[in-house]
Design a protein around this ligand. Structure first.
Ligand code: TRP
Length: 348
């Protein structure tokens, strides 16, 4: 039996479903098949058992050089693709981070309990700042994990589905929550990361040892969710395969064909073994043609739905406004509690 959702109950138990929260940066012109299987499909499934908060972290996107016009468009595309992927705005709060000012308000408070050394140990910052040179990195890039902690804690989230690369940020979030609770009294739910299973991991079709990534130099091996049916089909048909001829799952010896098997399995919800059986004695070519058609169908339908949503910006704006309203109803309660615990004079 499912309990009724109550958006106004930010104070912890008893009468609520556990909460799930996640976000995906709008840093490319489209999400790709790897994002779909690695994240969005889980997000959609989790809506059944959790009160869900999903958002587009536009505030995080401005911590590196960017173009405002492009950011705005990408934010709309991100929202449309999340809905096309099954995030249901009627059941979940789907919103844009900058529409909920409580995120940044809480981030400032959390900054006061974050150690400089602690923040300096974040490996994503070290990687990213090394690429652009530490001097040209923004302060925003440095404090990014504190904002991420605020994103999570402001909703008292229980579960945070993220990729392995974000595990350390969720760990920091847990530490900050515990520290704040310890110093100022029980305030935050200590969240748990929900790391995506390895089988849901999709690799680049041209370099199956690298994760499928929107920032790849070429998109020849990246199936974008905005690809046409034909583009998607061609990318799959020209995926690199391994020596040998057998359609067999072995990520070490046959990373190429194994990746294609994972995609096939993810798209059809069939086991890898049953697919291997079906293609026993057949050439890679047969398999790739069949998979190309499956991927083309999926991406084609997905793209149609996304375009429909993008063609009605008014409706998309309304959906996002409604999501922000649901989110703020919860976020404002947490912020008030935090301000009270922090010793601020109440604004009457
Ligand atoms: N940092 C995450 C990423 O790059 C995006 C993100 C921002 C996020 N805030 C979050 C993810 C809160 C989960 C929870 O993928």
């Amino acid at each position: 039996m499912r309990r009724r959702r109550d958006w106004h109950n930010a104070g912890m138990p008893p009468e609520r479903l556990p909460r799930v929260l996640s976000g995906a940066q709008p840093t490319a012109d489209s999400y790709h098949l790897g994002n779909y299987f690695g994240a969005f499909r889980q997000w959609a499934a989790l809506q059944d058992d959790f009160e869900a908060f999903y958002f587009i972290p536009d505030l995080h996107a401005i911590t590196v050089e960017y173009d405002p016009v492009v950011l705005r468009e990408r934010t709309y595309i991100a929202a449309a693709q999340m809905i096309a992927a099954g995030v249901d705005p009627a059941r979940s709060a789907l919103f844009v981070q900058s529409h909920v000012p409580e995120h940044t308000q809480l981030a400032w408070v959390l900054g006061g309990v974050t150690g400089f050394g602690e923040a300096s140990r974040m490996t994503q910052f070290k990687d990213k700042s090394q690429k652009s040179g530490a001097d040209s990195s923004s302060v925003g890039l440095f404090t990014y994990p504190i904002l991420m902690a605020a994103d999570i804690l402001i909703y008292q989230a229980d579960r945070v589905p993220v990729g392995e690369d974000q595990r350390q940020h969720v760990e920091l979030t847990r530490n900050l929550a515990q520290r704040f609770n310890h110093r100022f009294g029980e305030t935050f739910t200590v969240p748990e990361a929900h790391i995506v299973k390895a089988t849901a991991k999709i690799y680049d079709l041209q370099d199956p040892t690298a994760k499928m990534s929107g920032s790849a130099a070429t998109h020849a091996g990246v199936v974008d969710l905005t690809d046409t049916r034909n583009q998607a089909m061609k990318k799959v048909r020209s995926a690199v395969t391994d020596s040998g001829a057998e359609v067999h799952f072995d990520p070490v010896v046959k990373p190429g064909i194994s990746n294609l098997l994972s995609i096939y399995s993810a798209l059809t919800d069939r086991t890898v073994e049953s697919i291997e059986k079906e293609y026993e004695g057949l050439q890679y070519g047969h398999f790739k043609v069949a998979l190309g058609d499956l991927v083309a169908d999926f991406v084609g339908t997905f793209g149609d739905r996304t375009r429909e949503l993008l063609d009605d910006r008014g409706e998309l704006d309304r959906i996002l406004a409604d999501g922000a309203e649901k989110a703020r109803a919860v976020a404002s309660v947490t912020l008030e509690l935090v301000y009270e615990r922090s010793g601020f004079v109440r604004h009457v």
